[in-house]
Design a protein around this ligand. Structure first.
Ligand code: ZN
Length: 117
């Protein structure tokens, strides 16, 4: 265990000198991805598995929420409903979308790691 509660080591070089990745160092700019870590030794930027857990949560919450809100909104649309449920729908769809993006990115990285090994 290191300070800041980062229990991990760099998957590339094994160093435990880690910091949080800064904006621009990781390929996606989403809320979950502030959990990206960077290695102080070799500069490798990687995604700890906690980010994957967040992604799955976003999908599990955002997916059903989107469907439910959309069903409510479009059953009998009114300006008031659009004002209330519109932003909520956008938010839940964004959650779902972000979760999928993180998951796809993570899968791509896994494949890359297998191929270079
Ligand atoms: Zn490293």
């Amino acid at each position: 265990m290191t300070k800041h509660g980062l229990p991990r080591t760099c998957p590339h070089c094994g160093s435990s000198e880690l910091r949080f990745a800064r904006k621009g160092e990781f390929p996606l700019h989403y809320i979950v991805l502030r959990k990206f870590l960077a290695c102080k030794t070799c500069g490798n930027v990687f995604q700890p598995s906690s980010a994957l857990t967040s992604a799955l949560l976003l999908i599990l919450l955002g997916g059903p929420a989107s469907v439910g809100i959309a069903a409510t909104l479009f059953s009998r649309p009114s300006p008031l409903k659009v004002a209330i449920y519109g932003p909520a729908l956008l938010f839940s769809v964004a959650m779902f979308y972000e979760g999928c993006r993180v998951l796809m990115y993570w899968r791509g990285r896994r494949r890359q790691e297998r191929e270079t090994r």
